[in-house]
Design a protein around this ligand. Sequence first.
Ligand code: BV8
Ligand code: ZN
Length: 242
Amino acid sequence: MDSLHLDDNTRLLVLTGAGVSAESGIRTFRGADGLWEDQPVEKVATPEGFAADPRLVWRFYSERRAAAGACEPNAGHRALAEWERRLGERFLLATQNIDGLHQRAGSQRVVELHGSLFRTRCAHCTRKPFEDRTVYPVGHLERCDECRGLLRPDIVWFGEMLEEENLRQVRDFLLRGDTRLVFLAVGTSGAVWPAAGFVDGARGVGGRTWLVNADPADNTDRFHHFVQGRSGEVLPRLAVFD
Ligand code: BV8
Ligand code: ZN
């Protein structure tokens, strides 16, 4: 297996997807056993789906809250947290995952690109999103204290914009000229934009690009290095600190 060499002159941007949490027992999205096989994505992960059947959407996310709350971070999450301790501000983790497992493994420099399972916000007013770990009973709908509109999970659905502040953090890290950039994508199918395009952003600033994934991703050919395997097995052995 190739080694990922990191020294004082390197900064590392990591992008993670559902595959990183697979070994913790969290289901991925695409593929035969994927979540989108049970639940058509347009019904549960779009604003139109929420408008049509908010109870179905809350049921989907409440079940995932319960499942994620019962899972533990795995060796892949822990390896990334350890790299952050070594690299400090030369490390940034952008995750598409909403399960909170990176933070529970000790990662702090985390950008949650697609929101969090454990936050709720109002679908109608600008009230700030708030922490919410409640697993609501099937059929229950919660309303906003301030405007009586429906509450919704604080998740970025298909067709919605990612938070500008989150994209800015990633862009600023990419464009920092002080060190050599290494970009590593882990456990992601490379199918969802804009995250699938980060590899090109990294190449655009001269970065070396790595992919660790159980199967080839849609954008594998954009990476300089592809290590095929499970992240919980590969990540703890991948990095060498020079
Ligand atoms: C937006 C929340 C502007 C829900 C999610 C072209 C350019 C730009 C945009 C688009 C475009 N074409 C289409 C779009 C729009 C769309 C998009 O990307 N569509 C795709 C499907 C074509 N994007 C958007 O709508 C985004 N917003 O672009 O705003 C805009 C607005 C309007 C119109 C146009 C543009 C918003 C996207 C946010 C979607 N939200 N999630 C939820 O979680 O419930 S997406 C969902 O997919 C999850 O967040 C998930 O993280 C994400 C990515 O999936 P993966 O993580 O990659 O998971 P997947 O199951 O697919 O793959 C797992 C991989 O792991 C596999 O490859 C497997 O081999 C591997 N694996 C498995 N086990 C392991 C492993 N690897 C290692 N170890 C293991 N153990
Ligand atoms: Zn409100």
